[in-house]
Design a protein around this ligand. Structure first.
Ligand code: AMP
Ligand code: GLY
Length: 424
């Protein structure tokens, strides 16, 4: 199979690495890719939301399958675009259609969907400018802290959690007043859920599904989960409290009703579904849906996937995931992100990366890197994801941290407490 992979982060580097191992692969292109993905295929400078440009490339190169790494192209409707174009009929897009992508693209849509199918989530209501007074009244019925979410995609910044009612009311006014532009024209207000967060990943062909390993990511920039939210500073997989009993509940209460709901509404979902969950006293609640794999969760899940990734994608295409044999490594994976100092605010790029060839016993997935005159330079906030796999979390983390200390670039920063809350 000829594959075009869309994206340029650590997730796409991990995907490129796994796809390159596939028995089914004949050639792999990554758009736009990074300095790491080049080891596994050919980087091509395509704009992943310019479907005309992608179409030209796909037709010219006879691509069999497009794997969408990030949500950008899915939310914009790449799957629908390919289905509607005769010249693209033979090319399958791994990832759901635009209407399913609303599960990620609109918090209001996701909440209404969960209510319709009785999927456990926090008590909530949605407000817009004309209903601002009702919004204030609703806030008064909730205990602190207060959770306010912009309905649309707001570059990961659209969720605010505040401690006092007066702050919550001010934020509600600001959001409806355009704090996040169009994205906060509607605001979802919801009850705060107390518990441990985790993510569960599902591969589905629209009817059948397979559960991939659970993971936990560390979103804040600072140790002890302090400071600003980031794309993710590290992750571990699997999560020990996501045991058989808990995952059974996830399947029965969340995965199955979600897939039934999608079918019921005629929404075609052929790809990966990311369930952001809260474990509230042993019961799973949905915090969010994403219509793709996570980053950096993919960097811990894929090293545990022993079966062939492209065979899984083919089963998604053919509706035969029920007979796909999913084989998962029973060890533990951990990843630590090396980032540019200043991230998630301003940071410098273009710094030379040193000692990359000295790492051992780990996977180094490039995130924000580029090659210039045969030198690897930093090219983003998140620069590398270093993954260790071992029989215990402790050993997996040792592998990450040993190598995190070796790779070097000006302004390198990483959290030194990834997974510490889960060490037993
Ligand atoms: P979201 O974009 O909806 O995933 O929200 C971002 C983050 O805010 C989540 O990963 C949680 O840490 C936190 N969060 C969102 N909703 C809630 C809630 N109802 N209760 C507690 N924490 C929440
Ligand atoms: N690590 C969180 C995400 O990929 O959305």
């Amino acid at each position: 199979m000829k594959i075009l992979l869309l994206g340029s982060g650590g997730r796409e580097n991990a995907l490129a690495w796994h796809i390159a191992k596939s028995q089914k692969l004949t050639s792999l292109f990554i758009a736009p890719g990074n300095a790491g993905t080049e080891d596994f295929g050919k980087n091509v400078p395509l704009n992943i939301t310019d479907f005309e440009e992608i179409k030209r490339f796909v037709v010219e190169n006879k691509i069999d399958m497009v794997v969408a790494g990030s949500e950008e192209s899915l939310v914009k409707g790449i799957h629908d675009y390919f289905l509607a174009d005769k010249m693209l009929k033979k090319t399958f897009v791994v990832g759901p259609c635009k209407n399913a992508a609303l599960l990620e693209g609109s918090k209001d849509f996701a909440k209404k969907f969960m209510s319709r199918y009785k999927i456990p989530t926090a008590e909530h209501a949605t407000f817009s400018s004309p209903s601002i007074l009702e919004g204030m009244e609703f806030l008064k019925t909730l205990p602190p802290p207060f959770v306010l979410k912009a309905d649309g995609l707001a570059a990961g910044k659209g969720v605010l959690i505040v401690n006092t009612l007066s702050e919550a009311i001010t934020i509600l006014k600001e959001m409806l007043g355009g704090k996040f532009g169009e994205a906060s024209r509607k605001v979802v207000v919801e009850r705060y859920l107390e518990g441990m967060e985790l993510s569960v990943f599902v591969a589905t062909d629209g009817k059948n599904y397979k559960l991939l390993p659970s993971a936990k990511d560390y979103k804040r920039i600072g140790e002890g989960d302090s400071g600003l939210n980031t794309g993710g500073m590290g992750a571990i997989s699997p999560v020990h409290f996501a045991n058989k009993e808990f995952l059974q509940k996830v399947q029965e209460r969340i995965v199955e009703p979600t897939l039934k709901g999608l079918q019921n509404e005629g929404i075609l979902y052929q790809g990966f579904l990311f369930l952001g969950l809260m474990n509230v006293k042993g019961n799973p609640y949905v915090i969010e849906y994403n219509v793709r794999l996570g980053d950096p969760e993919t960097e811990v899940i894929l090293p545990l996937l022993k079966s062939d990734f492209l065979e899984m994608c083919e089963a998604i295409k053919n509706g035969t995931l029920d007979s796909y044999h999913l084989e998962i490594d029973s060890r533990v994976a951990a990843t630590v992100m090396l980032v540019s100092r200043g991230y998630p605010k301003d940071y410098n790029s273009g710094k030379i990366v040193r000692h990359l060839e000295e790492v051992s016993d780990c996977y180094v997935f490039h995130a924000g890197t580029k090659k210039e005159n045969n030198e690897i330079r930093t090219n983003g906030g998140r620069v590398f994801s270093i993954t260790g796999v071992a029989p215990t979390l402790e050993e997996a983390l040792q592998k990450c941290y040993k190598n995190a200390a070796i790779i070097d670039f000006d302004g390198k920063y990483y959290r030194r407490d990834i997974g510490f809350d889960l060490k037993k």
